[in-house]
Write a protein that binds this ligand. Structure first.
Ligand code: AMO
Length: 436
């Protein structure tokens, strides 16, 4: 007999034989009547044991079961309006597949509140709670929809090295590693490789990968191991070509969640609407003006702080906008590979996508001209010699190109209104956490 999940059983199956399995959620003992609540990946089901009508071994074992042990039950379905799902199971047999130790370090029923650290220390037990698992099913639905969309736009999935020899986003955030006789680092992003590929004829690439940031921040928004959707596309006219891809990608990911993770959204008590397209585009200068009107002065040329981003988010929310681009940042606060604007080289063809007052995407049109690129590397006090392998790709026919990186954990945290970005990672890495 195959195993049946709680969610696949209905009261209409009254009288049918089934085999179910899962974790002991709870046991209630009313003397001559015992109830065993079993949890599987779809939900809860009730096994009812009237002493007189079930085998003695099953009744006795039920009385001894420790919560979170793994059990398998064979029995008959009986319609029962008061039980979860409108049915109960009257067992012919109960098998203890593996007992759980006591005491439990975390209560997976959620009846006892635990702080995030305790939850993360016991992540596997934490994941037994449906609302915790829901986040990862939603993550899967979002990524699946993202992949489908990018494929439909002729992007192909690639994998670039995680072990690199030079920084791509600035020197201070690198994790050094021992690589035989040489110095090497964990990749901060696929940036340099995805750009190099633009000269190969693989005109549109994407990578869904983890990368590593040695940032010392300990905030609810920062991780040291981040997963992102990175895209790069060649033969663009300017950054507007990329913004169109991003807004459609984000809309498709949200629609994918709505269509394929309905039950999980319900578990989290959320109702999502697909966003309207196009997303508004406001320039960096316009953002500064909006902030000024709200009493917050950001000196021109400085990056937006968490506080200013939040304030801008409030202003945009009042206009009914939760997703909007900030474009044309000052060149000096963007990485060396960012294309200066043709009308005023103080500005750049760069952008961020903001979601409810927080950056989830950043990207730009890139410099594709060898001499200008070398000049910009030097302008950032970097040594072009360390970028030889990268620069080589720009010498022999590099088309105009651009791209972006979308942080998946930030996206989910904002979409699902999670209190901490760590909630969107199975096993988060931060300054203090290297286990589990
Ligand atoms: P950037 O460094 O802005 O850009 O990263 C892209 C997106 O990744 C997410 N992110 C993070 N999320 C959590 N914790 C962190 N420490 C963290 N760092 C980044 C954010 C961010 O918007 N190479 C460029 C992208 C490009 O231009 O193509 C880059 O890495 O959501």
């Amino acid at each position: 007999m195959n195993r049946t999940y709680a969610g696949d059983i209905t009261p209409k199956m009254d009288g049918e034989e089934v085999k179910v399995a899962g974790w002991v959620h709870d046991v209630r003992d009313l003397g001559g009547l015992r109830f065993l609540l079993i949890r599987d990946k779809t939900g809860l089901l009730q096994v009812t044991l009237p002493k007189k009508h079930v085998p003695k071994e099953a009744f006795d074992l039920c009385g001894k079961l420790v919560r979170e042990s793994v059990v398998e039950v064979k029995g008959r379905i009986k319609k029962m309006s008061k039980a979860p799902g409108g049915f109960e199971i009257i067992p012919d047999s109960i098998e203890l597949l593996n007992p759980a130790a006591t005491p439990l370090p975390l209560d997976p029923t959620g009846r006892v509140n635990a702080n995030l650290d305790t939850r993360l220390d016991n992540r596997i037990l934490d994941l037994r709670r449906p609302e915790v698992r829901a986040v990862f099913r939603i993550r899967d639905a979002a990524l699946e929809a993202g992949r489908r969309f990018l494929r439909s736009r002729e992007f192909i999935e690639v994998h670039t090295p995680r072990i690199i020899s030079t920084s791509s986003e600035g020197g201070t955030e690198l994790f050094p590693i021992a690589y035989f006789e040489r110095e090497a680092f964990l990749a901060q992003s696929p940036q340099l490789y995805k750009q190099m590929l633009m000269a190969s004829g693989l005109d549109r690439v994407y990578e869904i990968a983890t990368y590593f940031r040695a940032e010392e921040h300990d905030t609810i928004w920062h991780l040291n191991e981040v997963t992102a959707i990175d895209c790069e596309m060649a033969f663009i006219k300017n950054e507007e070509d990329i913004l169109k891809i991003i807004e459609n990608l984000v809309a498709e990911m949200i629609k994918g969640v709505i269509a394929h993770a309905k039950d999980d959204l319900e578990v989290l008590g959320l109702r999502l609407e697909p966003p309207d397209l196009p997303f508004p585009r406001i320039t960096y200068d316009e953002a500064l003006e909006i902030l000024q009107e709200r009493g917050l002065t950001v000196p021109w040329g400085e990056d937006l702080t968490t506080e200013s981003e939040k304030k801008l988010g409030e202003a945009m929310k009042e206009k009914g906008q939760e997703l909007y681009f900030i474009t044309k940042y000052p060149l000096k606060i963007k990485p060396f590979y960012t294309m200066p604007s043709s009308d005023d080289p103080k500005y750049s063809n760069s952008f961020d996508l903001e979601f409810r007052g927080r950056e989830i995407v950043s990207g730009s049109q890139r410099i594709h001209l060898y001499d200008l690129l070398v000049e910009q590397i030097k302008a950032k006090n970097l040594n072009p010699r360390n970028f030889r392998y990268y620069l080589k790709a720009f010498k022999y026919g590099m088309p105009p190109h651009g791209g972006f990186g979308l942080g998946i954990e930030r996206f989910l945290t904002l979409l699902l209104d999670l209190p901490n970005v760590r909630e969107a990672v199975l096993f988060p890495r931060d300054r203090k956490r290297l286990e589990p």
